[in-house]
Write a protein that binds this ligand. Structure first.
Ligand code: AMP
Ligand code: ZN
Length: 465
């Protein structure tokens, strides 16, 4: 069996991956809150854990891996969006969930085995909360149920902080219904205009963290292998998930390996609406950036390093993928190169795996290149991005010819007029402008010929019109 090593946030070291049960390797990844299009940063965990999913399927067999990624469809940001737009909550969550599926599919991500929605697990959440109250880890106050953080001695282990440091550092809300500022909400009351479900504590809705404890328990059990998400979720979300799960199911170990991807930046800066560099995956796709290019750029940086999205990287990725593509299926028998598996088995060295594709291309091993790229989520046989690029090049060529022929006609006309008037100033002006646009102007007794050179600048020619 291939040895896989993964960096575990819990131990802060790379560990050899040993699943509880190798006939069913289990992974849970925190999914999106569905109130808007996924931004480019949201795509990072999707692509990172998709590669891990592919590796696990390769090593343990596709029928021996269960990957769960949830959809958070009850959350106050969704309520706010509904209030702002006058749309219903279910209208917003249904549409946004479908957008998420479509956009992630465009990035070559496989569908997880299970995509549970939080709203489908409300009774199970109530059951877990009741259990936490019964064993002293939670309490009810004014229709709220809170987790008693001081009752769980291990709290803070994942993020490596003590509860006292957290209180000093964080802006924790000191609500009147809390015994301790660190206590967090498991259940809260809903007013008539908020989504609510009947519960032993009145009509209300869950806090954010309980859903992942419940859905991972229902679908994977009290002990499972890998839990993933972006690094920003380490505290408080994952810390709270651990507290809830380990206190509700003391005999289980919850997740054994905690994996977190670093954040995405844009041109060296944090992506944010106020900096004007915020964009969604759909924005990029609509601008003509192929999903394969986004995937390639993401995989060229290790998941535990901050990753910088730049236009330059996207252009380079498109060139590389175009160079590797081919028009027809290669001869049969292509294999995923073992060095790709070796690279990914070393804590997901995706850059190393892309380098192997480059080597296969150099060696002319087309069948292996196509099979290996397909394994990594890239379709290189007659891909749409190459067809699109060719169509774009052909249309540019046609437009260039049109521009050149219009200027040839104009030049000949000005020249004929100048011959009669002996005033060549207009002809000279046009000639200088054409030369400035990188065009060689060849004049003979039959007329003019315009030949674009290597420094041909189409925009300058267009500006002449
Ligand atoms: P959210 O919908 O905000 O809960 O985020 C969904 C997923 O995207 C979580 O795993 C986050 O950690 C991850 N995420 C959010 N922003 C970024 C970012 N800038 N870079 C990488 N991952 C991110
Ligand atoms: Zn979660």
């Amino acid at each position: 069996m291939t040895k896989i090593t993964l960096h575990n946030t819990m131990s802060r070291t790379k560990e050899v991956f040993e699943p509880h049960y190798d006939k069913n390797v289990q992974m849970y990844v925190c999914g999106p809150t569905v109130y808007d299009r996924a931004h480019l940063g949201n795509a990072r965990p999707v692509i990172v854990f998709d590669v891990l999913f592919r590796l696990l399927r390769h090593v343990y067999g596709p029928d021996h891996v269960t990957y769960v990624r949830n959809i958070t469809d009850v959350e106050d940001k969704i309520n706010a969006r509904a209030a702002e737009t006058g749309r219903t909550i279910s209208d917003i969550t249904t549409q946004t969930t479908q957008w998420f599926f479509d956009d992630m599919a465009a990035l070559g991500a496989l569908e997880p085995n299970e995509v549970p929605r939080a709203t489908q697990y409300i009774p199970q959440m109530i059951t877990m909360i009741e259990r936490l109250i019964a064993n002293g880890h939670a309490y009810e106050r004014d229709g709220h149920v809170l987790f008693r953080v001081r009752s769980y001695a291990e709290y803070g282990r994942l993020s490596g902080r003590s509860v006292d440091d957290m209180i000093a550092g964080a802006r924790v809300e000191v609500a009147p219904y809390k015994e301790d500022p660190m206590d967090f909400v498991l259940w809260k009351p809903s007013s008539d205009d908020q989504p609510g479900w009947p519960s032993p504590w009145g009509v209300g809705r869950p806090g954010w963290h309980i859903e992942c404890s419940v859905m991972s328990y229902e679908l994977l059990g009290e002990s499972f292998d890998i839990h993933g998400g972006g690094y920003d979720l380490t505290f408080p979300h994952h810390e709270n998930e651990i507290a809830q799960s380990c206190c509700a199911n003391p005999s289980g170990g919850f997740a054994k390996y905690w994996m977190h991807n670093e954040m995405l930046q844009v041109e060296g800066k944090k992506m944010s609406k106020s900096l004007g560099n915020f964009f969604t995956v759909r924005d990029l796709l609509d601008q003509g950036v192929p999903g394969e290019v986004i995937r390639f750029v993401f995989l060229s940086t290790h998941y535990r390093k901050p990753m910088d999205w730049t236009e330059k990287k996207a252009l380079e990725a498109l060139d590389t993928l175009t160079k590797w593509s081919r028009d027809a299926e290669p001869p049969k028998g292509g294999q995923v190169d073992p060095e790709i598996i070796d690279a990914l088995s070393d804590d997901l060295n995706t850059k190393g795996a892309l380098d192997v594709l480059g080597r296969l291309h150099k060696q002319g091993r087309d069948a292996d290149l196509i099979a290996s790229a397909r394994f990594l989520g890239f379709e290189l046989v007659n891909p749409k991005f190459v067809q699109d690029r060719r169509a774009r090049d052909a249309s540019l060529l046609a437009q260039n010819e049109e521009l050149l022929s219009a200027n040839t006609a104009l030049f000949n006309q000005l020249r004929a007029t100048a011959m009669a008037s002996k005033d060549f100033s207009e002809v000279d002006r046009l000639k200088a402008a054409l030369i400035d646009a990188g065009i060689e102007v060849r004049i003979s007794k039959d007329g003019v010929e315009l030949v674009p050179g290597s420094d041909f600048d189409r925009a300058k020619l267009e500006a002449l019109q």
